[in-house]
Design a protein around this ligand. Structure first.
Ligand SMILES: *Cc1c(COP(=O)(O)O)cnc(C)c1O
Length: 382
């Protein structure tokens, strides 16, 4: 039997046909499908503009560059995310300041966010932006975050790599409704995949234009003088997404509702299986916020069992079930710990969450039988 991982892509015949068709055209890099995929994403997620790029990290990097982040700028962010969420701050030599999370959901704590902003205001520190992640796919308290950011006109970014397909009160266009910028990743473990791939969505024309410029070396076509002429005024990158990737993205996007519905069904079954178990805690999600379930996080009180997390992982791996931990808090990495004076006591909720949290396998093709095996194995071990 094969090992069951925490996440996995799903491709069908239509995906293969779509890519094969592209392989037979003249466009393997930038062709008509780039704009077509962007148009589909704009329609689906309700933004005026969209730029697809080579991956989710590139999306964040370009966004920081387009917004002109520089040394001395302060960006508030969550420590409970993939490291790329804050690496983009370092790319611009700006300074990330971490805010503790809500231990019920893993999302940024709005009370702590407000506290931090007021504290920084007292020291006359200008806050350039707030980067929020919808942990595991569960939407953060966006109405509240928006309210807080509005007071000081702070730019809001939703690193929405987990929450492609999530919704608030049934509205799956909520991300761009609340945040100024939304970033996606189409890595194979995410809701839909293009292999590698990412996107920035926004309603701000100028920034979108800048991102499109920077994703392709900063080249401005200017044939007014000579046929071959172009201008380069600033340092750009090659962060383009190819037509091959876009053709996969277009056909994957058609399946997004199917993907999310299946993930929700799997999550419901886990919820039911674990809700009344001693030493196990499911996350407390409100009904009006609907997760895409990029992850199914579960809290286990290892302190109160005879196990530790490592032993637990080992026992499950012997049954060919491979769990994950999302995430090691970003401030714990020496890259961050050394550079910014981190005091773990400032993050009691994040630390407690990290001790307990594990991610169970959740993906479209996870069979009922496999899920039963996962549930029964965990129940017999705990
Ligand atoms: C996956 C992910 C990224 C990075 O995306 P890549 O496409 O792998 O570069 C960034 N932020 C979060 C929250 C992610 O989950």
């Amino acid at each position: 039997m094969k090992v069951i991982n925490y996440g996995k892509q799903f491709l069908d015949r239509n995906d293969y046909i779509s890519v094969e068709k592209t392989l037979k055209t003249d466009f393997l890099t930038q062709g008509p499908l780039v704009e077509k995929f962007e148009k589909k994403l704009k329609e689906k997620f309700g933004s005026k503009y969209c730029s697809v790029v080579s991956n989710g990290t590139a999306a964040l990097h370009l966004l920081g560059k387009a917004l002109g982040w520089k040394k001395g700028d302060v960006i508030l962010t969550t420590p409970m995310s993939f490291v790329a969420t804050t690496n983009c701050v370092l790319y611009s030599n700006a300074k990330p300041i971490f805010v503790d999370i809500d231990r019920n959901t893993g999302n940024i704590c709005t009370k702590e966010l407000k506290k931090k902003i007021n504290l920084l205001k007292n020291t006359k520190t200008k806050i350039k932006a707030i980067i929020v992640t919808d942990y595991g796919g569960y939407p953060s308290n966006w109405p509240q975050i928006k309210k807080i950011a509005k007071i000081d006109k702070i730019t809001l970014i939703n690193d929405s790599c987990h929450s492609i397909g999530s919704s608030i009160n049934g509205n799956h266009k909520y991300a761009i409704k609340y945040a100024d910028f939304v970033t996606f990743s189409f890595h194979p473990v995410k809701t839909i995949t293009t292999g590698e791939g990412g996107a920035v969505l926004t309603n701000k024309k100028k920034i979108d234009k800048k991102i499109k410029l920077l994703r392709s070396h900063g080249i401005i076509k200017d044939k007014s003088k000579n046929f071959w002429e172009y201008k380069i005024n600033e340092l750009g990158y090659n962060y383009r997404l190819s037509d091959i990737n876009c053709s996969l993205g277009i056909s994957q996007l058609k399946k997004i509702n199917k993907f999310v519905n299946k993930r929700r069904k799997i999550a419901k079954k886990y919820d039911l299986a674990f809700k009344d178990m001693k030493n196990i805690e499911t996350l407390k999600y409100k009904k009006k916020y609907q997760s895409s379930y990029h992850l199914y996080p579960l809290k286990i009180n290892f302190n109160k069992t005879k196990l530790n997390k490592n032993l637990f992982f080992k026992k499950l791996f012997l049954k060919k079930i491979k769990l994950q931990v999302h995430y090691i808090p970003i401030y714990r990495f020496s890259l961050y710990k050394k550079k910014f004076k981190i005091n773990l006591k400032e993050f009691p909720n994040t630390e407690d969450f990290y001790k307990k949290i594990i991610s169970l396998p959740i993906f479209f093709s996870l069979s009922n039988q496999s899920q039963n095996k996962i549930i029964n194995t965990i129940k017999s071990i705990i």
